[in-house]
Structure formats: C-alpha cells, structure tokens
Design a protein around this ligand. Sequence first.
Ligand SMILES: O=P(O)(O)O[C@@H]1C[C@H](O)[C@@H](CO)O1
Ligand SMILES: Nc1nc2[nH]cnc2c(=O)[nH]1
Length: 286
Amino acid sequence: MNHDDYNSNLYESTKYLLDNVKIKPKIGIICGTGLGFLTDEIQEQIIFPYQSIPHFPVSTTKGHLGNLIFGYIAGVPVMCLQGRFHFFEGYSPQECVLPIRMMKLLGITHVLISNSAGALNPKFQIGNIMLIKDHINMLGIAGFNPLCGPNLDSLGPRFPCMNEAYCTQLIKYARKVAEEENFSNNICEGVYGCVSGPNYETAAEVKMLRMVGIDAVGMSTAHEVLTAKHCNMTVFAFSIITNICISNYDDKKHPDHEVINSIAETKKHALRKLVTKIVQRMDESR
Ligand SMILES: O=P(O)(O)O[C@@H]1C[C@H](O)[C@@H](CO)O1
Ligand SMILES: Nc1nc2[nH]cnc2c(=O)[nH]1
C-alpha cells in the first residue's frame, strides 16, 4: 500500500470510530494470545468486530478474537484490541501498527500491551508474568520496521528516541501491585525479543537469542512499542510466559499454539488485577 493510501485509510478508520462512539478513550490496551479475557474488566462495552471498521485488518490467529472494544475500566475510558495483527499473517509492519496510530488520533496517551512469549532465561517458569523493560527487535533489525518509509510528520519525528521505551515508573508500580496482591512470586522482568514467526525457534536460534540478551521471545509488540513511542505515548507491556524454549536436541518437548493459548487463563486473577491497577495509575499520571 502506498503512503497516501495508508494515510487516508488511517484517517477514515479513525473518523468512523469518532462518528460512532461517544466514549473518549484515554488508555489503549492490546490483548495478546490467550489474553482476550482482559476485556472482562471493561464496563459499558461498545464492541466493533474488526471487519465492521473501514480499512481495519482482521485477526487470523487463534486466540485473537478480533473485536475493538470501548468502555471503562475502574471508571477510566479505554479502547481495547481483543486480538492483534502479526507480520506472519502477511501484514506489513505498518499495517500491524495501524491501531496504535488510531489510538493516538483518538486522544490516547498511554498504552498497555500484552503478549505470550517463550522463555529463554533459565530462571523463568511457565505462567510467569514478565514485565518488559526493553526489547530487541530482530524483525526491525532485518529491515521490517513500521517507521520506515515517508515519516508521518504529524505524528512524530523522523528519528525518534527509544530511551525508556518502557516506562520504568509503571514497571515499579506493577511490582508494588504484585506484592500487595500476593502474586509477586509470579513476576519477573526482562528483555523481549521480537521475531517474525510463524515457526518457533530452532535450538541454535534459541541459543543465539539467549546469547544476545533476550529473556523471552515472541512475534509481536516491538513494532507496536516503536510506533507508540514515535507518537509520544507512554508504554507498559508484559509477556505471559507460555513455554520454555528448547535448546537441547535430546528434549522431545515442543511448543504448541493450543497450549500457549491456554496459559494466560491460569493467571487470570493476577492479570486482571494488574491491568486494572495499571490503567488507574496511567490515568492518575496523565
Ligand atoms: O500476539 P502474541 O505475541 O501474544 O502471539 C504470539 C504469536 C502467536 O499467536 C503465538 C504463538 O503461539 O504467540
Ligand atoms: N517466537 C516465539 N513466539 C512465541 N510465543 C509464545 N511462545 C513463543 C515462542 O517460543 N517463540
């Protein structure tokens, strides 16, 4: 898609939402694989199936329900993507981040992003919630960066900084919430690595990704964060650790999307609490 078409699609999709929903969201949320239940926290829901929004992509991945939901979490107006778009589905990085840009145009200042990821850090366990402190964008390093191409000057600068891409104050606050709510033994912190997928990693790739400093690997998030920072939004993100990446050739276990899709549900209580508290905190800090 050329730059002008992309731009006009972005503004038309946003206008459709502005014309059809009265809620003015302050916080944007993206639910990763198996995390669609986070929308249970949203009151007074207005639901737009993705296919009902002009120019909006559709989710093709199991575990991504494909609804855009407006409503309130603890009284704070939010817009939530119940499912995202991945590069491996055939979407360009720019198409994957269209919703982030729409969030900015709708007046959103803070985004909460979630995903499922495989553990490379040997200390991590399945079901841990990894607070993302930074990322290594393998997809971006390979040239697939949503900020490539003509810059959208109205949204942000040509050369955006990525210092504190993930808000350190919110990470600290998430740890406090976990202490208070008795799930701190499920919390870890680390660097997320974004690869294209859709295949899971070979043993040699697992070793390489670990060596460069990645704690957990997945197929999303980094390009969304780049785009959010480009347009000056504050980001908090976490991974639910759904599997342990395998680097031993004798190990017969293998990652399975069905299993991966089911793990977040086992930490539903903690995750819902965390999301509600972070949304409240984001609102207070605006
Ligand atoms: O959207 P996320 O990053 O949570 O999803 C990744 C990509 C696949 O849907 C799944 C792999 O099983 O995790
Ligand atoms: N690339 C990748 N993505 C995942 N998403 C959930 N688990 C994994 C994994 O092991 N590798």
